[in-house]
Design a protein around this ligand. Structure first.
Ligand code: GRG
Length: 280
């Protein structure tokens, strides 16, 4: 990471998230140890924690206390991890490895992975109730993850046979997949930070557009890392060079949306750059 400033910010925010996740999820008792082990394996050691960091950095714009937004931030990370656990399963992507080690079903079996994903999803909504403006936060997260969001995007990605599609229809499907499978939850991460911070409507709308743009850029960059010729991706349809240019433009547009917040949004601006510059 080029920017030491961002490195320090990420470290601080991630440490808050790790503590809160441990407190709310791992300290629960009275359920089968195999489930605890599977859930722990899904959540720790951490991934990049980009989504909850976005929620916390958004709250920083409004000078809000972290305890008001941490429940929403952690809930979003739980939803993200549930989607990864289920996505790795044999009936989906069938991945043996995740984050450099065995995926949850490879380590604990399919039943445990299915239940661990279900538990993460459900505990996310339990956690939301401890934060600010829980009903609105729950509405945003459930929409972003439901049929008009992540699940819809995943269904379009894995269940639709696009082979006979025209080039125009393929491009439309590709955009639909990316906006729903990936960008929706990233956008929700920012929007929930704003809602839990009592942001006004204008701020909320700017932040929503920021989140959507970096969300789309995030998936395009991910597709460039993982050039899968058999999948409908930006580099496959548009080529690598154009895809990178497009992702860069999306990040620039996202940063424009932050101008109304001046220096208060400088960390969100750095995070937008990180989306393009990251190495994994
Ligand atoms: C509902 C089963 C189900 C799936 C939803 C999100 C999703 C669809 C599947 C996950 C697989 C995937 C490739 C999603 C695209 C989003 C993406 C790039 C996920 C990886 O996110 P990172 O890089 O992961 O933030 P870390 O490991 O850092 O947390």
């Amino acid at each position: 990471m080029k920017n030491n400033n961002l490195k320090a910010i990420l470290k601080k925010k991630r440490s808050l998230i790790e503590k809160a996740l441990k407190k709310h999820i791992l300290k629960k008792r009275g359920y089968p140890p195999v489930m605890r082990d599977a859930i722990k394996h899904a959540l720790f050691p951490a991934g990049k924690r980009i989504r909850p960091v976005l929620t916390l950095l958004t709250a920083d714009i409004f000078g809000k206390k972290m305890k008001d937004v941490l429940p929403a931030a952690c809930a979003i990370e739980l939803m993200h991890n549930y989607s990864l656990v289920h996505d790795d399963m044999p009936s989906m992507d069938n991945d043996t490895y995740r984050r450099g080690r065995l995926s949850v079903h490879s380590r604990f079996g399919e039943g445990a992975a299915l239940l661990a994903g279900d538990a993460l999803l459900t505990e996310a909504f339990f956690l939301i109730t401890f934060g600010k403006r829980p009903a609105e936060v729950a509405r945003v997260i459930s929409k972003a993850c439901g049929i008009n969001g992540m699940v819809g995007g995943q269904a379009a990605d894995t269940l639709v046979n696009y082979r006979g599609y025209s080039s125009k229809k393929k491009k439309e499907l590709l955009k639909y997949i990316h906006l729903n499978k990936t960008a929706a939850l990233i956008e929700a991460s920012v929007v929930c930070g704003a809602i839990a911070s009592d942001a006004d409507k204008k701020s909320l709308n700017s932040l929503r557009r920021y989140g959507r743009n970096i969300g789309l850029a995030f998936q395009i960059v991910d597709d460039i890392f993982d050039m899968d010729k058999n999948k409908l991706t930006y580099p496959v349809i548009y080529g690598k060079e154009y895809s990178l240019k497009y992702a860069t433009k999306l990040v620039e547009d996202a940063k424009e949306e932050l101008k109304i917040f001046g220096n208060n949004a400088k960390n969100l601006s750095l995070l937008a750059d990180y989306i393009i510059e990251r190495k994994n």
